[in-house]
Design a protein around this ligand. Structure first.
Ligand SMILES: Nc1ncnc2c1ncn2[C@@H]1O[C@H](COP(=O)(O)OP(=O)(O)OP(=O)(O)O)[C@@H](O)[C@H]1O
Ligand SMILES: [Mg+2]
Length: 240
């Protein structure tokens, strides 16, 4: 089967600092994957490299059958590979509706603005209720919804989410998890970065554990480890 995304032997970083070392991950058509691992070990760097914000010094990246290694970020967006970044990257003074409209300016998504907007408001009714509210006055959870909404305004054919539930209460995390699950069910495959392995397994079929910029383990949902084994992955044999 042809792969949707193929990252092969990629080395990348920031100037003289190498973060990713010969890393390979892939996504078959119709599946979603998760990435997890300790803080500062390269998960965000990997997404930034796939999005074209960083250029690999070695290796190749292909998406939908096309080589996108070294391609410009806007060309990658136009190809349908969309990233919702980690943390708050919204413009505080802009209203919810303005923010979503601005996100749809890419050539790819311009004509689908109205239907994409409807899709975002169906998925996140809280945003619908807050159309004219400024981004800086939204709660943390609502800001995450708006970030994901912006990614959906780009008509993604692959959506990469970097820690979408960071800092959210368990209830809001479940709510956002349900919405993200619905995005996948609607036919948009996902690459999700999260620290919570069980949460990731509820959303995606396969996980990669990343340490020191390398894949150190792959986990299949079909043969998923139990909670204790997952804890051992993080804390070593001392965990129970
Ligand atoms: N712009 C930058 N310039 C230099 N080094 C950077 C830059 N951004 C990240 N790094 C470094 O790259 C390494 C990997 O960071 P990255 O953000 O990819 O980790 P992460 O796995 O996403 O961590 P977290 O779980 O905390 O989000 C870290 O050592 C970080 O300090
Ligand atoms: Mg990160």
């Amino acid at each position: 089967m042809e792969r949707l995304l193929d990252v092969s032997g990629v080395t990348a970083g920031y100037g003289s600092i190498t973060v990713l070392r010969n890393i390979s991950i892939s996504l078959d058509r119709g599946e979603s994957i998760g990435l997890f691992g300790p803080n500062g070990h390269g998960k965000t760097t990997l997404l930034q490299t796939i999005s074209g914000l960083l250029t690999p010094t070695q290796g190749t990246i292909s998406f939908n059958g096309a080589d996108i290694t070294g391609a410009k970020p806007h060309d990658i967006v136009n190809a349908g590979l969309i990233q919702s970044p980690q943390g708050n990257t919204l413009f505080g003074e802009m209203q919810v509706l303005e923010t979503l409209e601005l996100a749809s300016i890419s050539k790819r998504a311009r004509d689908d603005k109205a239907s994409n907007l409807q899709r975002v408001f169906d998925l996140f009714p809280r945003l619908d209720e807050r159309r004219t509210q400024k981004a800086r006055t939204l709660s943390g959870g609502e800001r995450q919804m708006l970030s994901i909404g912006c990614a959906l305004m780009c008509s993604p054919s692959l959506l990469m989410l970097d820690e979408p539930t960071l800092g959210l209460s368990p209830r809001l995390k479940r709510e956002l998890g349900d919405a993200v699950g619905n995005i996948a069910k609607s036919g948009v495959p996902l690459v999700v970065v999260e620290q919570d392995v069980e949460f990731l397994l509820s959303l995606t079929e396969r996980l990669y554990m990343i340490e020191h910029g390398e894949v150190v383990r792959e986990i299949d949902r079909a043969s998923a480890p139990d909670h204790n084994s997952i804890m051992k992955l993080y804390f070593g044999e001392a965990a129970h």
